[in-house]
Ligand binder design. Structure first.
Ligand SMILES: [Zn+2]
Ligand SMILES: [Zn+2]
Length: 100
């Protein structure tokens, strides 16, 4: 009986974490949609500058957290937001998935 209670508690915690993460992802995607709209990026790519080791500090426009970038160009959002929203780090617009 005791083991069953522990199991239920663990399951509850896992569910809460999943719900929190999903909400967080959706908030980021919503926020990105509000800031950058649903236009598609046409010309940018995420290639990084070569030979520059200077860390640039920037604030992610989507989630608002401060981040550091090793690229010469300051991205408009953090890597996590880029991944979650599939957006261009340069202009913040949607990157068309070519399925490559
Ligand atoms: Zn772009
Ligand atoms: Zn972010």
């Amino acid at each position: 009986m005791k083991n069953q209670n522990v199991f239920i508690i663990i399951i509850s915690i896992i569910v809460i974490i999943i719900v929190a993460l999903t909400t967080n992802f959706l908030l980021r995607i919503n926020s990105a949609n509000k800031i950058y709209g649903s236009d598609k990026c046409v010309g940018h790519d995420s290639r990084e500058g070569i030979g520059l080791t200077v860390m640039t500090s920037y604030k992610c426009k989507v989630c608002g957290f401060n981040n550091e970038s090793g690229s010469s160009m300051t991205p408009s959002m953090c890597p996590l937001c880029q991944k979650l929203t599939s957006r261009c780090p340069t202009c913040g617009k949607l990157i068309e998935n070519t399925g490559a």
